[in-house]
Write a protein that binds this ligand. Structure first.
Ligand SMILES: [Zn+2]
Length: 225
């Protein structure tokens, strides 16, 4: 099912194929799909309601379009329910504390969830590139899990560090991809970084206020020694 749409999108995108389908672009699509599939606080693979599945289906289709999937993006609610299971498995890679743990998480997925490495050109319509799914028209969830494993594996190999992480904001469940040199990233977005900075500033101010109040009282106690 995915196969024919893929060919159509590839025909239009041959020129910038390598940009759109770079390992980094694939990894960012993985993070965006996990975030669209994860919902707000549900750690269960099965969504709570039909409305939630409906919303996730719209969000996931939007991400796929954003990353070059051409119309119509045919995604059934059942596909999304299965993709959510894949997203929960992939989160383990993002939750890893260091590069060794990320490699171990990826090795588990590569052993248990993906097929052997193969090359495909989608019938000559795309440059030869590697896949870990069983065939070119594999279901969405299989494609999502295997293409994500491949991209995250190559990123870890290339940079010798975890390919991504979980947003450090307690209010956010998003994952992010680590890209480029510089200080380690902690938040999924500027929005989360700003919100946490403001919250930390307020906590700091409250702590200072409390200290200055209690400071006057503790002065008498210090005379005991
Ligand atoms: Zn966040």
């Amino acid at each position: 099912m995915r196969y024919t749409r893929y060919i159509r999108s590839m025909a239009a995108l041959t020129d910038d194929w390598s940009t759109r389908h770079s390992v980094l672009a694939n990894a960012r699509r993985t993070a965006a799909l996990i975030n669209a599939l994860s919902g707000t606080d549900d750690r269960e693979p099965q969504p709570k309601s039909a409305a939630e599945v409906e919303a996730a289906t719209v969000a996931v289709a939007e991400v796929l379009r954003e990353y070059g999937e051409s119309e119509p993006v045919e995604l059934a609610p059942d596909d999304v329910v299965r993709m959510r299971v894949a997203a929960l498995l992939l989160r383990e890679v993002f939750a890893a504390e260091d590069v060794d743990a990320a490699a171990a998480a990826l090795n588990r997925l590569l052993a248990e969830q993906t097929g052997p490495l193969r090359l495909t050109s989608h019938g000559g319509s795309a440059p030869w590139h590697p896949h870990l799914d069983s065939h070119d028209d594999a279901p969405w969830d299989e494609w999502f899990l295997t293409s994500s494993c491949l991209a995250l594996t190559v990123l870890l190999w290339d940079h010798q560090r975890p390919p991504g992480g979980l947003c450090a904001s307690p209010a956010c469940r998003n994952v992010y991809i680590t890209s480029g040199p510089g200080p380690a990233r902690r938040y999924c977005s500027r929005r989360c970084a700003t919100r946490e900075r403001v919250a930390a500033h307020r906590r700091g101010q409250r702590a200072t206020d409390t200290k200055s109040h209690s400071g006057s009282g503790s002065g008498s106690g210090s005379g005991n020694s």
